[in-house]
Design a protein around this ligand. Structure first.
Ligand SMILES: Nc1ncnc2c1ncn2[C@@H]1O[C@H](COP(=O)(O)OP(=O)(O)OP(=O)(O)O)[C@@H](O)[C@H]1O
Ligand SMILES: [Mg+2]
Length: 345
């Protein structure tokens, strides 16, 4: 069934019309109930008055069905609950000036971005599809969106599902993220820019980018976290240098302070704490933007850290999307993105 639907999805045929995702979910629920095994419960939590998004209903339907099918596969052995949520998010930080935004790399999307950006809409529709299935092994989390990547038997999966989902979401100026715990379940979260009102039905503001190409120094004594941050940031296009030893990070920074555009450091580390490291770094380069990640008492420390020179403080745990958005925000407020743009052009 999914494969038949996918055959309708061809590049270049995308429509742009107001699409009501709540109505699409209504339509698909019948299909899902009949195709999903009985040991899987389906719950939905759909808010009222969801604004439409601008796009192609067939493609959005494919996104929903692909994610729900994956969720059902993940739960087929032990059963579980598939939860579908739809909410409106009133506003997200949007770029002050679209020329500073590097969200989209391919020309087609860049044109869409420029054409759509008129500063009108600032609302987003958030679709969450969550399951209580087997979860995704951390080692393959970065690969799941790759075309032909599958862990399923040949007759069960082609590995194209998520790559198509990601393509559709991107072409709608949206953003998809995933979080998963092995043995507990998986959550896919998608944000689409909403159509603001009937006058501007074709106009929506794309998301602030999570992408960039700046050089980032990450300092955290927890190797697993460092690895996760590196993978995520490299995925967003950044160049990343990582250190699990803060003193080593300091000496690397001393060697070439101009190499880095931003430093992200943990707060509590052996040898030298995050705030002390920050002070040392700022002595070497007073303009280096620094984000401090704090595991506990963050609310208390925040003001102090900002006074000491941190550009932003992130409370652990945070999701990758928050990390990406914060980094972009800090870099753009610091003006380094503009110089980066100049370097590129
Ligand atoms: N909800 C989920 N829970 C656990 N693993 C998942 C989930 N969604 C995707 N995956 C993992 O990501 C892989 C890729 O998913 P994708 O939808 O791209 O391909 P597929 O489902 O294997 O095949 P196809 O969708 O083409 O039939 C899956 O094989 C599976 O390992
Ligand atoms: Mg699939």
């Amino acid at each position: 069934m999914i494969r038949q639907l996918l055959s309708f999805c061809r590049k270049g045929e995308q429509k742009r019309e107001p699409v009501k995702i709540d109505e699409l979910l209504e339509e698909s629920s019948q299909l899902l109930r009949s195709s999903i095994p009985r040991n899987i419960k389906i719950r939905s939590n759909i808010a009222d008055n969801i604004p439409p998004i601008s796009g192609d209903a067939t493609q959005i339907q494919q996104v929903i069905l692909n994610l729900c099918t994956n969720a059902a596969h993940a739960m087929e052995k032990n059963g579980g609950t598939l939860t579908i949520e739809l909410h409106e998010i009133p506003s997200l930080p949007t770029p002050d000036n679209h020329e500073q935004d590097g969200s989209v790399n391919d020309t087609e999307s860049t044109q869409t971005f420029s054409a759509l950006h008129s500063g009108s809409a600032n609302k987003y529709v958030q679709l969450i599809i969550r399951d209580t299935g087997c979860g995704i092994e951390p080692a393959i989390k970065d690969k799941i969106f790759d075309p032909y990547f599958t862990t399923k038997d040949i007759d069960k999966g082609t590995g194209m599902g998520l790559s198509i989902v990601q393509g559709i979401v991107k072409s709608h100026d949206g953003h998809i993220s995933v979080s998963s715990t092995q043995g507990r379940g998986t959550r896919f979260k998608i944000l689409f820019p909403a159509v603001s009102d009937s006058r501007n039905q074709e106009i929506a503001t794309p998301l602030r980018s999570l992408h960039g190409n700046e050089q980032i120094l990450i300092v955290d004594d927890e190797p697993m976290l460092v690895e996760m941050f590196c993978e995520a940031l490299e995925h967003f296009g950044y160049r990343v240098t990582s250190c699990t030893n803060p003193l080593r990070a300091l000496s690397r920074f001393k060697e070439s302070p101009w190499k880095f555009d931003l430093v992200m450091t943990d707060m509590s580390m052996p040898d030298i704490s995050g705030d002390r490291l920050m002070e040392e770094l700022l002595l070497i380069r007073p303009d280096i933007p620094i984000i401090v990640c704090s595991g506990f008492n963050a609310a208390l420390e925040r003001e102090e850290l900002i006074n000491k020179g941190a550009k932003e403080v992130l409370d652990k745990p945070f999701d990758i999307e928050t990390l990406g958005l914060t980094i972009r925000q800090v870099l753009e407020n610091n003006g380094s993105y503009l110089s980066e743009e100049k370097k590129c052009s």
